[in-house]
Design a protein around this ligand. Structure first.
Ligand SMILES: [Zn+2]
Ligand SMILES: [Zn+2]
Length: 165
């Protein structure tokens, strides 16, 4: 989970070490791994308390997966469930996918993901961004492309309407 401040920052790629359990984090600038962030209810990056820690029996959650062809569609989630969005990237363009706009009271940004290369051609690959349903409601989540070298916007966008019940 990321707080709204940290969700606005570019996520550096690479790995760091979790202050909670010493496993890898998904970015050198993250203090916590996904699992510690989720269990302790802390922002991955700055460590601020975002919600109550999970009960010991609550370590798994249902997830809904979406990808490139689901652009413009809908996702149905229950409160506490995760949305995993996997989108293709081409390293030669310098463009990566990131969050643009959504109702941040209804949906929390859990992870910006890292570029995972295709084993047959590492120029191409995909990134999985993770969002969590926090409250009942409906919001349009928009993602955008940003150039990692100069911060310029890419031409593509991707969006989904999230219905939380
Ligand atoms: Zn950890
Ligand atoms: Zn934060």
């Amino acid at each position: 989970m990321l707080c709204t401040t940290c969700a606005g920052y570019r996520i550096r790629s690479g790995r760091g070490q979790c202050q909670g359990c010493a496993n890898n984090t998904n970015s050198p600038s993250y203090r916590y791994c996904d699992q510690c962030s989720l269990i302790k209810g802390l922002c991955l990056s700055c460590g601020v308390q975002l919600g109550p820690p999970l009960a010991p029996n609550q370590k798994t959650r249902r997830m809904v997966k979406k990808s490139d062809p689901d652009n413009g569609g809908r996702a149905y989630l229950g409160v506490g469930e995760d949305l995993h969005i996997t989108l293709d990237e081409d390293q030669s363009t310098g463009l990566y996918w990131t969050g643009k706009s959504w109702n941040q009271a209804l949906v929390l940004w859990v992870d910006g993901g890292v570029f995972v290369p295709d084993p047959s051609n590492n120029q191409f690959g995909a990134r999985t961004l993770i969002f969590r349903a926090n409250r009942k409601g409906r919001t349009k989540l928009e993602l955008r492309q940003v150039n990692q070298w100069n911060g310029a916007a890419g031409s593509q966008s991707w969006s989904i309407t999230i219905m939380i019940k």
